[in-house]
Design a protein around this ligand. Structure first.
Ligand code: GLU
Length: 489
């Protein structure tokens, strides 16, 4: 048998999640690597739903999986509900195929109905434990096999009890002794295939050339290989991805360590491009200094031989940093679109709210936030209220620290008013250029402090040129005039 034949075929990869309601980081990273490898090789990427364990199934999961991948920008060539050359991409809709393959094995004498009740199997197990030897159901294999009527589990008769040696792109040569081989269940008594059996049939029929999956499957490899051998089908290429560890690397990242569902990161205001980039670097590196990648750059750079063997630490700070890098790549229009879902109703109903002012505010927001959630928190703290509503404040806060009386601010504000009447408001720089000589003449703080406070109503805010540019000329003049009036003669 040619176990390497898949290498010359068109690359086909798949992501095969079970619909259990949660899309953890590790699952999405598996999907991403399989996707990148398929795209890099102009291959095919399949989304297959492994729903043969009906007890674990959570309604709505298939939509959740698809929405998660779509959010990240991972597209599939074949998936649930699509026309394909190999039938449905949902395992529960492929049951006759597994039965057909089960019969092939029965005909070859390589599968048999389990003659035991679950209680009898449990008793064998207990005895083995009591006698301190490994429990293997193949030790209890019946002398002759009766006909399978579907009411009993169908088991594999391991074709050859031997040591298995196999190749893994990431782990290199791996092996396991015969004690790891057993007569695994192929079809359960409910008529559904086991994962062990179904994924092998599907990978065969779907032409899958490369299997990328988590390391928890390594211990099952001898069982998988015995099924490939029983069916006389070639092995695909195995690519075992490194585990994702907690940031302190003490153990695998779990829900308790803050591992969230992928769409929670969307809700937290991360960009999908940043998340994709971050996940790609969780267990893979391009072998260069480059860290920030667009979707297309990742496809070009991706190389399965650079997937690391060692566990990859999940670092939330790195994710935040990555989000910042990707926010910097957005055009102002794209950034505004990113903010849109978080623009509160209170802004929209504010007296001076309009799209032009919002567009001028965008650069200020962009400088200050790493995620949409941070923006929301700033909005809640009233950080941007000045942009759309004339501020109310206590006149006292207009007083610069060197001044003895707030009235000292008045002539400076009046001069600013005069200068700004004829100023160029096309950018904060042009506004600064208009005011700067006077600020230097009178003392910077003396002018800039009251100016900034009267435009924002706050002792802490962006610089006065940014404020003036954002709210526009008319509003700037009105706010300065109002401060002069409040100070009085
Ligand atoms: N259904 C399995 C899981 O969700 C897929 C494993 C595989 O990729 O073969 O973990």
């Amino acid at each position: 048998m040619d176990h390497n034949s898949s290498e010359t075929k068109k690359v086909v990869t798949r992501f095969a999640p079970s619909p259990t309601g949660f899309m953890h980081i590790g699952g999405v990273r598996t999907a991403l690597f399989a996707y990148l490898y398929a795209r890099k090789n102009n291959g095919t990427f399949i989304l297959r739903i492994e729903d043969t364990d009906k007890e674990r199934e959570v309604p709505g999961s298939i939509d959740h999986i698809q929405n998660s991948l779509r959010w990240l920008g991972i597209t599939w060539d074949y998936g649930p509900g699509m026309e394909t050359p190999f039938g449905s991409c949902i395992q529960s809709e492929r049951l006759p195929l597994y039965i057909e393959f089960a019969h092939k094995l029965i005909e070859k004498g390589l599968a048999y109905p389990d003659p035991y009740t679950p209680e009898e199997v449990a008793a064998f197990k207990e005895t083995a434990i009591a006698e301190k030897r490994p429990f293997l159901i193949r030790d209890h294999r019946p002398e002759s096999f009766c006909t399978w009527d579907g009411t009993k589990p169908l088991r594999l008769k391991v074709p050859e009890i031997k040591r298995y040696v196999w190749q893994d792109v990431v782990r290199g040569e791996l092996s396991a002794g015969p004690e790891m081989l057993d007569d695994v269940v192929l079809i359960k008594s409910d008529g559904y295939p086991t994962y062990n059996f179904a994924h092998i049939i599907d990978d065969l029929l779907m032409g899958v050339t490369h299997i990328m999956r988590a390391d928890e499957f390594i211990s099952s490899m001898p069982k998988f290989l015995s099924i490939y051998d029983a069916l006389e089908i070639p092995y695909p290429v195995f690519v075992t991805l490194p585990p994702i560890l907690r940031d302190d690397r003490t153990k695998k990242l779990g829900k308790r360590d803050g591992a969230k569902d992928i769409l929670d990161y969307r809700a937290d205001g991360y960009l999908p491009s940043a998340m994709m980039n971050f996940l790609a670097l969780t267990g893979w590196n391009p072998g260069t200094e480059q860290e920030v990648f667009s979707h297309d750059e990742l496809i070009t750079a991706f190389d399965i031989t650079k997937i690391q063997k060692a566990g990859a630490a999940f670092n939330e700070e790195k994710l935040l940093w990555m989000n910042r890098q990707h926010l910097n790549l957005l055009t102002p229009e794209e950034f505004a679109t990113f903010l849109t879902p978080a623009i509160p109703a209170s802004f929209k109903s504010a007296p001076q709210y309009n799209n032009e002012t919002l567009a001028r505010l965008v650069p200020t927001i962009r400088e200050r936030i790493n995620t949409l959630t941070e923006f929301q928190a700033e909005v809640e703290h009233g950080e941007y209220d000045w942009a759309f509503t004339a501020p109310t404040y206590d006149t006292d806060i207009l007083k610069w620290k060197n001044d003895t009386d707030v009235k000292q601010a008045r002539p400076r504000l009046q001069k600013a008013l005069e200068l700004l009447k004829n100023a160029d408001f096309s950018s904060s720089e042009t506004i600064k250029a208009t005011l700067w000589p006077y600020a230097e003449e009178v003392g910077k703080g003396e002018l800039l402090w009251p100016l900034r406070v009267c435009l924002s109503g706050k002792v802490q805010s962006p610089d006065p040129f940014t404020l003036a540019y954002t709210i526009g000329q008319l509003e700037t003049l009105a706010r300065i005039q109002s401060a002069c009036d409040k100070i009085g003669e």
